[in-house]
Design a protein around this ligand. Structure first.
Ligand code: GLU
Length: 370
């Protein structure tokens, strides 16, 4: 099941590209990236940015040692100081291209908790429909080790899954995956394409990041690539150390592309295997016929009854009138509210619920047919 929306791309920008050695934002370079982003949007690609650099920038502004990573308190103070400047810079440069920016700060828990996960997807979806470019970073001011994603490579992968993006571009200070460390081994060769991140590929990951100012290294990039590919999302690792990095990527043979596995099987495996099924929504024959065509959401009008004690975001089975389970997905409502709106028409839902209704009982983006 490939995403039904326009081409959607997550671009992750590493700290060393955004912040120079004396602690200033590399504005001139960033303006070339933003110009590329404007060109991609003009060609109907929706863009989501995952921006690092808050800790690095804040640490230099506050004069903190070890890049602001000497203690948790230092990192949190640096992040708080750097983030506001960083977001302001992004917003100003995007505004010069007539593009509106939005800021989202998230932690790992926001992706693990099903209700918060659905809220992230809904917010991203709304921002996309409004033509806004989200600028996303980890909420480092509250994130302690237990609840952190920890690096923005993996954060970009989680954001891409939540947004149902088509691909992820990791702009970094390494120019792709090499067979050996290119700084010390003259025989090292760039690997242009990887179809599976297996043990042989992981073994190439000795070289690390050359700058040392971000959190990620090549290992976190390969982890992100593997997870993205399993979820049906391509990931490209490429150097951002040139002006107009997206134009360069489009026109030259650079970087490493990690190719997605077929999305249908990946998503099915995730939904079928990862979470316990908490309830069942039984639907009428018309709704069953509509769902079986694929790409169709389950509306309240097509539902007949509900069983189980599920919360919003829990996995539910969808069964036809004979009890045969035909689909599985994430419920947009808890069991009580689902029961209240079973069989009801969309225009009546707000009155029954007392709040603005969701687009569906189970959205097709969060549903697999069985
Ligand atoms: N969230 C961190 C920051 O903004 C960066 C994490 C990373 O470098 O991967 O400074």
């Amino acid at each position: 099941m490939s995403p039904s929306h326009a081409k959607r791309r997550v671009i992750k920008v590493g700290s060393s590209l955004l912040v120079d050695a004396v602690g200033n934002i590399r504005q001139a370079w960033l303006a070339t990236l933003v110009a590329d982003i404007a060109a991609e949007r003009a060609a109907d690609t929706q863009i989501i940015i995952v921006s690092s650099g808050a800790v690095a920038l804040g640490a230099r502004r506050l004069g903190l040692e070890k890049g602001g990573r000497a203690s948790l308190e230092d990192a949190q103070a640096a992040a708080a100081t750097g983030q506001i400047a960083l977001a302001g810079c992004w917003a100003a440069l995007l505004a010069e291209q007539d593009i509106k920016a939005a800021q989202m700060l998230v932690t790992n828990e926001d992706f693990e908790d099903r209700r918060r996960y659905l809220n992230i997807t809904a917010t991203l979806e709304r921002l996309m429909s409004l033509g806004v470019v989200p600028i996303i970073n980890e909420n480092d001011t509250v994130a302690t080790d237990e609840i952190r994603v920890g690096d923005n490579d993996r954060l970009a992968e989680r954001v891409a899954q939540a947004a149902r993006a088509h691909d992820i571009i990791l702009l970094s200070d390494v120019d792709g995956l090499y067979t050996a460390d290119p700084t010390s081994d003259p025989k090292a060769q760039r690997v242009p394409e990887v179809t599976r991140v297996d043990a042989r590929i992981m073994a190439m990951a000795g070289q690390g990041s050359s700058s040392g100012i971000g959190s990620g290294g090549i290992i976190t990039k390969l982890d992100a690539a593997r997870a993205a590919n399993r979820a049906g999302i391509d990931l490209v690792l490429v150097s951002g150390q040139h002006g107009h990095p997206l134009t360069r990527l489009a026109n030259e043979d650079v970087g490493t592309r990690f190719i997605a596995q077929p999305a249908a099987s990946a998503r099915k495996a995730w939904l079928a295997g990862r979470l316990a099924v908490r309830g069942v929504i039984v639907i009428d024959d018309g709704a069953a016929r509509a769902l079986s065509r694929g790409g169709v959401s389950l509306l309240a009008a097509g539902a007949r009854r509900v069983s189980g004690a599920f919360q919003r975001g829990d996995v539910v089975d969808i069964a036809d009138a004979t009890g045969h389970v035909i689909a599985r997905g994430l419920s947009e409502y808890d069991a009580g509210d689902t029961a209240r709106i079973c069989g009801k028409r969309t225009p009546d839902l707000a009155d029954i619920l007392g709040y603005a209704p969701r687009a569906a009982l189970v959205h097709c983006d969060h549903m697999v047919l069985l």
